[in-house]
Write a protein that binds this ligand. Structure first.
Ligand SMILES: NC(=O)c1ccc[n+]([C@@H]2O[C@H](COP(=O)([O-])OP(=O)(O)OC[C@H]3O[C@@H](n4cnc5c(N)ncnc54)[C@H](OP(=O)(O)O)[C@@H]3O)[C@@H](O)[C@H]2O)c1
Length: 284
């Protein structure tokens, strides 16, 4: 009998850790806890084991193709396919990060966007029918965040991974030259990255609708402001950011887990950006 498997990236801490934990309770198969640092990953797995859970650890740095390839080989040999993929690995910077805006944008593009895209490229052939793919993103990533000319470059019916990859490079070049506003990009890095991710999710789901493997659902999940290690430095004394109360990692993870466990045969949400269980219209 085929053994079901769920994968969570960047699962050694924060939201990813809680998603792995919740999947270990509710997913009927193995849950692979992945991260780029073995010591941190193993210590996370120890915490989960102390609750009586049985995580499987594997190292995975989503920015390193050799690391992705080794992990894909492990999955292929041990499971032959995948049922759930949660792309959670990402960069969150503390409030007074000493890193320049360019370096923060570069790390975010490399991890959250390009890392996610390469993982998907490798795992696409391994997705089983009824697989669920969830990307951590933000509801801030709407097309209306972009300037008019930039927005025209994204046709949701046709846009490809390759187009988005090139757009991400253009974004970084605009940041480097300090002309992002002139080129129609928002000031917040999270907003720009999330537009790219949300459009990527839309395009991937669009293409998978005509795939022979039926009912594969791909969604982006906005966790909302969540009080994880770095994010805490952005919160005021009442635990709020911009007047919005931050959620606990457990609460944010519950929304992610729900999308990862959408029952077989469900058709919606798909290709959507979901925030607090509501579909956000990214065309707005
Ligand atoms: N927290 C929020 O308010 C918020 C809001 C919107 C979106 N998000 C997104 O939600 C996701 C999780 O956020 P979080 O707050 O839980 O972040 P976090 O606490 O900083 O955790 C991020 C995780 O990603 C891992 N990671 C970083 N680079 C990696 C790489 N190259 N390969 C593999 N793993 C890597 C980190 O590993 P290390 O421990 O080794 O660094 C860590 O396990 C991120 O994608 C973030 O952008 C968060």
């Amino acid at each position: 009998m085929v053994k079901k498997v769920a994968i969570v990236t960047g699962a050694n801490r924060g939201i990813g850790f809680q998603v792995a934990r919740q999947l270990l309770y509710d997913f009927p198969g193995d849950v692979i806890v992945t991260g780029r640092d073995t010591a941190k990953g193993q210590s996370a797995c120890k915490k989960l084991a102390a609750e009586g859970l049985k995580p499987v650890w594997h190292e995975l740095d989503v920015t390193q193709s050799a690391s992705i390839r080794m992990f894909v080989d492990f999955i292929r040999e041990n499971y032959g396919g995948i049922d759930v993929l949660v792309n959670n690995a990402g960069t969150v910077f503390e409030k007074d990060s000493p890193l320049s805006m360019y370096r923060q944008a570069e790390l975010s593009i490399q991890t959250n966007f390009k890392g996610t895209m390469s993982l998907i490229r490798y795992f696409l052939p391994l997705l089983r029918p009824h697989a669920r793919v969830v990307m951590l993103s933000s509801e801030l990533g709407k097309l209306s965040s972009l300037g008019k000319e930039l927005r025209k470059q994204i046709d949701l019916d046709k846009v490809t991974m390759f187009d988005l990859d090139k757009l991400a490079d253009k974004y970084l070049a605009a940041i480097k030259a300090k002309v992002w506003s002139e080129y129609g990009w928002p000031d917040r890095i999270l907003e720009s990255i999330s537009v790219l991710l949300n459009v990527f999710v839309y395009a991937l789901a669009r293409d998978l609708k005509s795939d022979q493997r039926r009912n594969i659902l791909v969604n982006a999940c906005c966790p909302g402001w969540t009080a994880t290690e770095q994010m805490k430095t952005h919160l005021d004394e009442s635990g709020c950011l911009g007047g919005v109360e931050a959620r606990s990692p457990e609460e944010a993870a519950a929304d992610v887990t729900r999308l990862a466990l959408l029952p077989s045969g469900t058709s919606s949400p798909n290709g959507d950006t979901v925030y607090k269980r509501q579909i956000i219209n990214i065309r707005d």
